[in-house]
Structure formats: structure tokens, C-alpha cells
Design a protein around this ligand. Structure first.
Ligand code: TIU
Length: 223
């Protein structure tokens, strides 16, 4: 037992480094670089790039500490058989999932745009979960991997705060995992959603979990 405390809202989070994993959600070019899925949906993707550096610091520390690190990627099989037709047409955008863009076919596994940005690229031994939906637990083996590793607490980074991060935190919370979301390591295309999505997690006594930041997390990890 190596019980630690992380300064967080709505109150201090108690955790054990040995039963804590770092979960990095969808830090793919498709969401943070121009020419990908995020931009196809009509967004300016550049604000999301500010999450890369603080996330890299937390990732480096988690690696040094030998913690379990899980990366996720949202995307689909090249034949799109795992993409609901409703998802394919939603938004009525000009460029859709599976169409060819400057980083390859949008949100398709194996394409450059679908992969994780070089700064946060997974190392051998770090599980990468390919998910067809917004949540990391839907139609994946994320829960199995976490349970088999004895994980109880998740330090959560990634994009976007109100979509895949929020969906995943809600799924994890319902499964009994304690989640702490690092505010500077998660990003949104909409400043008002960033604020609201973080507020929702920690409201009502931490209804879905905790909110902290990279500085406080690194200090709690003993880095
Ligand atoms: N559109 C948006 O904000 N997000 C997504 O579609 N996926 C993730 O959040 N990864």
C-alpha cells in the first residue's frame, strides 16, 4: 500500500499508485490537427494542442513510476462495418468518416490521422484501445484490462472534455472506478463546454469524479 492524496475538487482524492492507471483519451491527429475529423465537424482544432505538453509531463512521470498507461483511439474499420450509419451521416458535413483527407481516410484505423500525436505516442507494453464510440468502455476490452490489472483509480487526460472524456468518465464511474480529470490535460473546441464539462464531473460532491490539474497530480504522484 502506498496511499497518496491528490489536491482536487470537490475534495482531496485518496489513491494508491499501484492501483492507479493513466488513461489518455483520443489524442489523435484527427482531433488535434487541421485536416482531420475535428475540423470536418466545423471546429478550430488549434486550442486542443495546448493539452499536449502538460499531458506529456504526466505521461513521462507515469512511465517512470511504472504505472499502467492506457491510450484510446476513436475510429473505425476500413470497411466501416463498425460505424453506425447514423454516425456516418450526422452533421451533414461535406467531409465524412471514411472520406480521404490530407491525413488519410477520416477516423479510419491505420490512417495517419487516426493515430496518436508523436509527443504522446504509446510505447511497447502500453495498451491501445480502439473504440468505435465516444466511451472507452463501449464495445472494447478496457474494463477487462483494468480489472485484470487491479486498477481502482483513473487519472484521465485527452480530448474532447465534453464528448469522449465525459462519456468515458461516466462509464468508468458506473463501473466503480474513481476518476480524476486533469483540467489542463483535457481540451474542448468550445471554452464554455470545457468549463461546464469539468463542473459537471465535480458537482454534487463529485457525482462522476474529481477535477485536478497536471501540477497537483505530479506533486501527488511524488514526481
Ligand atoms: N466532436 C468531439 O468533440 N469529439 C469527438 O467526436 N470525439 C472525441 O471527443 N474523442
Amino acid at each position: 500500500m502506498a496511499q497518496k492524496k491528490m489536491d482536487a475538487e470537490p475534495y482531496e482524492l485518496e489513491f494508491d499508485r499501484n492501483t492507479t492507471a493513466l488513461l489518455i483519451i483520443d489524442m489523435q491527429r484527427d482531433f488535434v490537427m487541421p485536416g482531420g475529423f475535428g475540423e470536418a465537424l466545423g471546429n478550430d482544432v488549434t486550442p486542443l494542442q495546448a493539452t499536449i505538453e502538460p499531458t506529456r509531463r504526466v505521461l513521462d512521470t507515469a512511465r517512470k513510476l511504472g504505472m499502467l498507461i492506457i491510450h484510446t483511439r476513436e475510429g473505425h474499420r476500413p470497411d466501416l462495418t463498425d460505424c453506425p450509419p447514423t454516425k456516418l451521416v450526422r452533421g451533414r458535413g461535406k467531409t465524412r468518416i471514411g472520406d480521404v483527407g490530407p491525413m488519410g481516410r477520416i477516423l479510419v484505423r491505420g490512417e495517419v490521422g487516426h493515430d496518436i500525436v508523436p509527443e504522446l505516442y504509446p510505447k511497447a507494453g502500453e495498451p491501445v484501445i480502439d473504440k468505435p464510440g465516444k466511451g472507452a468502455f463501449y464495445a472494447t476490452d478496457a474494463e477487462l484490462i483494468l480489472r485484470n490489472s487491479g486498477i481502482k483509480t483513473l487519472i484521465v487526460c485527452g480530448v474532447t472534455t465534453e464528448v469522449c472524456v465525459n462519456t468515458t468518465v461516466r462509464e468508468a464511474n458506473d463501473r466503480g472506478f474513481e476518476c480524476v480529470v486533469l483540467s489542463d490535460c483535457v481540451g474542448s473546441y468550445f471554452p464554455e463546454f470545457q468549463k461546464a464539462a469539468l463542473a459537471m464531473i465535480k458537482a454534487q460532491g463529485g457525482i462522476f469524479g474529481w477535477v485536478s490539474d497536471s501540477k497537483r497530480a505530479l506533486s501527488a504522484l511524488g514526481a
